[in-house]
Design a protein around this ligand. Structure first.
Ligand SMILES: Nc1ncnc2c1ncn2[C@@H]1O[C@H](COP(=O)(O)OS(=O)(=O)O)[C@@H](OP(=O)(O)O)[C@H]1O
Length: 399
């Protein structure tokens, strides 16, 4: 009897013990969460908003440090995501290039966008990811509608621009192309907002969908969302752009007719088929007219696709100015990769490794008969002249 009293607890005592253990575990988890939000441990300097002129320089430095830190903080919190999520096959199976351009399988597309954004995977390059769900549980930042959008043009260099911009600590961008203002508008703004990554105060939310530039309804729809939206268009020599567009289609459907036969309505008369999208997209002046019905020129920035390759830092400087951001992305961020034949990032967003765009960017183009190329140059010339006049910039496609 005495033995059993010493070695076996009465039921109430054992319940108390279990309860005490549970309480301790809850307290330990709470403390762990608390530390995750960095409210314990080190004390970091924070941004000062009230710096007077004499403190300007230091305030600026502090601001840069603050914004860099903000982004690092956001990225750090995602780095516990299982590495399997970065597995190459995942990126391959959801490659943005694989998203059907015209006859999109909507359900598949939406699930891809969702997957991309839940991981913040850049579907094209697989370069970075961001666990928005995790942040939401910590209550950091909030999803906002984009304040700036790269609206075009297809094959202009839009992916390169977005990837480069993502290096900036004050830019947060969705990796996949949401196609909201063309294919998914009926889903509503809440759906669109939900695709966006979380941002902290002062950060700019961005997305890119190159087909917006040629979508008739896109200007009015974006205007309805916010008349202050900043628009960026990466333009490229329309002839090279058309060939690049064709090369992409050919890579997916090797049986399509030749570039030559698609270019002409009638080969003997030399009449160009302007209904072919590869040709149509390059008539920039016509599409721009549509945008100018809703947005002033001052709200649209034109980036040269050619200079984005020959002088990425120069073009990025213009974009950062346009977005009202400090020029943080400079020459130091790029190197020219001889094998790729393009500029690449020394360090991609959220990584310490060099990063080039994927193999679907910078494809080898098929050889096109120089006569046909010349015919296309003649066709585009008046439209290009008009476009130079409208934008006040000579892009040098006809020199
Ligand atoms: N740094 C860097 N690396 C690789 N590729 C680069 C880069 N900068 C610009 N480009 C050019 O981007 C072209 C693809 O344009 P987009 O990204 O707008 O294409 S898409 O519309 O999103 O499919 C792609 O076109 P192609 O060369 O025809 O493949 C490239 O020429």
């Amino acid at each position: 009897m005495a033995f059993s009293r010493v070695f076996s607890d009465p039921p109430s005592k054992s319940i108390f013990k279990t309860f005490a253990i549970m309480l301790l575990s809850i307290l330990a988890s709470l403390y762990f969460l608390h530390c995750l939000t960095e409210r314990c441990g080190t004390c970091m300097p924070t941004e000062r908003r009230d710096a007077g002129p004499a403190e300007g320089f230091y305030a600026m430095k502090l601001k840069d440090f603050g914004s860099v830190r903000r982004k690092r903080l956001l990225q750090k919190r995602t780095s516990t995501r299982p590495l399997v999520m970065r597995h190459h096959s995942l990126h391959q199976s959801v490659s943005a290039e694989d998203l059907p351009e015209i006859e999109a399988d909507k359900r598949m597309f939406l699930s891809r966008v969702k997957l991309s954004n839940s991981l913040n995977v850049d579907l094209e390059t697989g370069g970075s990811y961001f666990d928005t769900g995790k942040l939401s549980s910590l209550g950091e930042g909030s999803k906002k509608l984009p304040q700036a959008i790269i609206i075009g043009v297809k094959k202009g260099g839009t992916r390169a621009l977005l990837e480069f911009l993502r290096v900036h600590p004050d830019i947060r961008a969705v990796g996949a192309e949401p196609h909201f203002f063309d294919r998914n508008y009926e889903n509503g703004l809440d759906w669109y907002r939900d695709l966006m990554p979380k941002t902290l105060e002062g950060q700019i939310t961005m997305e890119k969908t190159p087909s917006y530039f040629v979508t008739r309804e896109a200007p009015s729809r974006i205007y309805a969302m916010s008349r202050d939206t900043k628009l960026i268009v990466v333009v490229r020599d329309p002839v090279t752009r058309a060939i690049s567009d064709y090369t992409q289609t050919l890579s997916k459907k090797p049986d399509i007719p030749t570039f030559e036969s698609l270019t002409f309505k009638n080969r003997t008369t030399g009449l160009i088929d302007t209904s072919w999208s590869a040709i149509q997209i390059g008539i920039y002046a016509k599409h721009l007219d549509n945008w100018l019905q809703f947005f002033p020129m001052s709200q649209i920035l034109f980036v040269s696709g050619e200079r984005l390759i020959s002088d990425p830092a120069g073009e990025l400087g213009r974009v950062q100015d346009f977005l009202g951001l400090k020029r943080i992305i400079t020459d130091k961020h790029f190197y020219f990769n001889q094998t790729k034949g393009f500029p690449c990032l020394k360090k991609a967003e959220g990584s310490s490794k060099p990063h080039c765009l994927g193999k679907t960017k910078g494809r080898t183009h098929p050889n096109i008969d120089p006569e046909i190329v010349q015919r296309l140059r003649d066709f585009y010339k008046p439209f290009n002249m008009k476009f130079y006049q409208m934008t006040g910039r000579k892009f040098g496609w006809d020199d």
